[in-house]
Design a protein around this ligand. Structure first.
Ligand code: DSN
Length: 424
């Protein structure tokens, strides 16, 4: 019996919401019970500022071993030479990289947030747009795809110090080789933010940024199915090309600069319980079963987008080759906000999302983003996807009809009872 009834009752309520609903938020997943146990362990009590074997606190022998295992497993998983597992989140990872590589006022070229990019890729409301100058590339209005020739033209015109490839709501793979060519042309550092597709990249089902991008950042909780957190990687370490930035003008390895960008640059004590959970998740992702899981995520997403298109829904960029899709609802007479609310009433969780060239506000939006990592973890396959799309379509088409929504909810709850959480 827990002493804080108020909070633990709410945790129970959230547990029920997760168990009986259909979770389609593209950035969410369900961790294994081992990952969950590591997160809720005694490691949360430990302070360990610094890095393994070079800490500012005593008693770090055990957490040193844990952090080294996490680093080595991540290196193996992504085939990279450098890993920092300390960033508390993807945003913190990006902040640390920018702090390490840029001077205030330098320019970042990133993917426009309202076209599928991320807040930390230069948005004016985020540190990345407040501390640094920004420039953006977009998708094309007719195709919903990025045009690499246009990105090249923008880069030549804007001369950014950093180019970021990666997205929060883009259903296509990236041509990292082309980005390398662009970055070399303008002398920019190339950062790949693979937060969304990192599990699919680890499973070798999507293009690998490591041979082309200088630095890679990711979260660990999306398709990678670990605890909430971030990570920084480099395919190969290299000499710091911004000699003037390094103290005393010494040439330093990029790994040293990145490590100090995380600690002491932008974070204090690392979350060793989360680092342990990352290590557990990396071990799971190294298991051949993870590749099967990742394949099924992509299969489910493809079938889902096809089912939606058959029902007259417009998928931005004409389909998906990863785990997510962005649906333009403008031809369905419903805003993203209304869709999110009505689907929520039927225990189907999605998030409203701006679509490219949206004329509504981020609080209203004209679209919704859907992803399949979480339902795939629960064992959903292509058999159930058409049923799910039918249920979603029923709500969207009858979003003001409470009886229809209650009927859908009943079917959703019954369906999800067959796919328990924490069964792996
Ligand atoms: N942009 C969030 C998402 O993709 O849900 C993560 O920061």
């Amino acid at each position: 019996m827990k002493k804080d009834q108020e909070i633990f009752n709410l945790i129970k309520k959230e547990d029920k919401r997760q168990r009986y609903g259909i979770e389609l938020i593209a950035s969410e997943n369900f961790v294994s019970s081992d990952v969950m146990s590591a997160m809720g362990s005694c490691l949360t009590n430990k302070y360990a500022e610094g890095y393994p074997r070079k800490r500012y606190y005593g008693g770090c022998e055990v957490v040193d071993e844990i952090e080294e295992i996490a680093i080595n497993r991540a290196k193996k998983l992504f085939g990279v030479e450098y890993v920092n597992v300390q960033p508390h989140s993807g945003s913190q990872a990006n902040a640390a990289v920018m702090l390490a590589c840029l001077n205030a006022g330098d320019k970042i070229l990133g993917f426009n947030l309202s076209h599928g990019g991320h807040l930390t890729h230069g948005s004016p409301v985020n540190f990345s747009g407040k501390l640094y100058e920004n420039a953006f590339y977009n998708v094309e209005e007719n195709t919903g795809l990025v045009d690499y020739n246009k990105i090249e033209d923008i880069a030549i015109k804007e001369k950014p110090q950093m180019i970021i490839c990666g997205a929060s709501a883009y259903s296509q793979d990236w041509n990292y080789e082309y980005f390398r060519k662009i970055a070399d042309k303008v002398g920019a550092i190339l950062l790949a933010d693979i937060s969304h597709p990192s599990g699919l990249i680890a499973a070798k089902l999507l293009n690998d940024p490591a041979p082309y991008c200088d630095i890679i950042t990711t979260t660990t909780h999306k398709t990678l199915r670990g605890p909430r957190g971030g990570m920084i990687m480099m395919g190969k370490d290299f000499e710091n090309p911004w000699n003037s930035k390094s103290p005393k003008g010494n040439i330093k390895k990029m790994s040293t600069i990145l490590n100090s960008g995380v600690f002491p640059g932008s974070q204090g004590g690392p979350l060793e319980h989360i680092i342990a959970a990352k290590a557990v998740a990396f071990r799971e992702a190294l298991n051949p079963k993870f590749k099967e899981y990742a394949k099924q995520i992509m299969k489910n997403a493809k079938i889902m987008s096809n089912c939606f298109m058959e029902k007259g829904y417009k998928i931005i960029s004409g389909g998906t080759e990863n785990h997510c899709m962005l649906i333009d609802l403008r031809n369905k007479g419903i805003t993203g906000k209304e869709a999110e609310k009505s689907l929520g009433n039927a225990d189907i969780t999605v998030n409203k999302n701006m679509v490219p060239f949206d004329t509504t506000s981020p609080f209203i939006t004209s679209g919704m983003r859907l992803g399949t990592p979480a339902i795939t973890t629960r064992g959903i396959t292509e058999k159930e996807i058409p049923k799910m799309v039918n249920l979603i379509d029923k709500v969207i088409s009858n979003h003001e009809n409470k009886d229809v929504i209650m009927d859908v909810k009943y079917h959703v709850n019954n369906l999800m009872k067959e796919f328990p959480i924490y069964s792996y």
